[in-house]
Write a protein that binds this ligand. Structure first.
Ligand code: PMP
Length: 353
């Protein structure tokens, strides 16, 4: 770092993304990407003419994409904000609403504490219960910005809409963001609660269930007033935050809803079969509503399993946080990828006997 960097930025610890290695071809089960390609109609939406049009700026109002998303959810375009990945949406939410502090679980998406730090926001970090569930009562009446991933990561566990409603009801003067990055893999979306609560914002992404992690497209569903706040921040920082190609691909993706629903169903099937196989190998596996499994074995530590799998060309995610360092998080890939992963785990367990 240079001597010129602003001291608060110098002092903070930034986010460490999962590995995106280029050294060899791994079976990549470490950053919860979708193993299936975008729908054929989405691939067909990209062509030379679209690329030629890159000389033009993208539509800062994202009119067509917002209209399509609005139709999908039975909302109005003014209830939708689109951003450069949901990371950007979440960052803007911390900027917009964090003045009185921000509350989130100790074990959750690692970016929340980074955003709090970066924005100079006091973080109220609420420990998960010993079984990694969220006790929603602990979020009642906090009177500050709250963000909860539902389902949570890296645990894969979800909380009920009743619990979320309790948090919304008891924090009428604070914004509650529900980060639904993984909701399409068996969770229940909170967006219908928008009809009752003015303080709910739901954050979603095309990265996981829509096979578009590399295109960077996320969005928020919320009351028009909250969406206008996010738009203001966008127009104060980067009005063309979603590039033309991504915008076009996003539109085609919304039109291909049945394709993605079928792929999510396939991932859920593979997840359940993989969980069963891991349990048969003696793993403890948390019940996942996501496209990943969080598992530990008393025969091998999380860090060792991660390293040995990597040696065999399989990447999973390991977190050094002491509460979860015994676990690995394994993204659900195709049946073939999971069979290879399970074979490798079997071999590693045998060799360490
Ligand atoms: N929320 C959660 C819970 C996540 O795991 C991720 C993915 N790392 C994101 C948000 C951000 O996803 P993206 O920026 O790709 O939309």
């Amino acid at each position: 770092m240079s001597i010129f960097l602003n001291p608060p930025i110098e002092a903070m610890t930034a986010y460490t993304p999962g590995e995106q290695p280029r050294d060899k071809a791994y079976i990549k089960l470490n950053t919860n990407e979708n193993p299936y390609p975008p729908a054929p109609s989405v691939i067909a939406a990209m062509n030379a003419a679209e690329i030629e049009d890159l000389r033009l700026y993208s539509d800062p109002t994202a009119k067509v994409l917002k209209e399509k998303l609005a139709a999908l959810y039975g909302l109005k375009p003014e209830n939708i904000y689109v951003g450069n990945g949901s990371d950007e949406v979440l960052y803007f939410l911390f900027l917009a609403y964090g003045q009185r502090g921000a509350a989130f679980p100790d074990i959750s998406y690692g970016f929340y504490s980074v955003f709090a730090d970066f924005c100079g926001i006091e973080a109220t970090v609420i420990p998960l219960e010993s079984d990694f569930t969220i006790d929603s009562q602990k979020y009642h009446g906090l009177n500050r910005f709250i963000v909860i991933a539902n389902p949570n990561a890296p645990t894969g566990l979800s909380i009920s809409l009743g619990d979320i409603e309790g948090i919304l009801r008891t924090n009428p003067d604070a914004v509650v963001a529900i980060d639904e990055a993984y909701v399409d893999f068996g969770g229940e979306s909170a967006y219908p609660l928008m009809a009752k609560y003015e303080n709910l914002i739901v954050v979603r992404t095309f990265s996981k269930s829509r096979s578009m992690a590399g295109a960077r497209l996320g969005y928020a569903l919320g009351p028009a007033a909250l969406i206008a706040d996010l738009e203001k921040i966008k127009y104060a920082t980067n009005p063309y935050n979603v590039n033309r190609l991504t915008m076009r691909l996003g539109e085609a993706t919304v039109d291909a809803e049945p394709y993605y629903q079928a792929k999510c169903a396939a991932i859920i099937r593979t997840r359940e079969e993989t969980a069963k196989a891991l349990k048969a190998l003696g793993f403890e596996v948390l019940p996942s509503r996501t496209n990943f499994l969080f598992a530990k074995s008393d025969k091998i530590g999380g860090g060792e399993l991660y390293r040995k799998l990597k040696d065999r060309g399989i990447l999973v995610r390991h977190f050094s946080n002491p509460r979860i360092c015994d676990y690995v998080r394994i993204t659900v890939g195709t049946d073939e990828q999971m069979a290879a992963c399970l074979d490798a785990i079997r071999a590693i367990l045998e060799e360490s006997l």
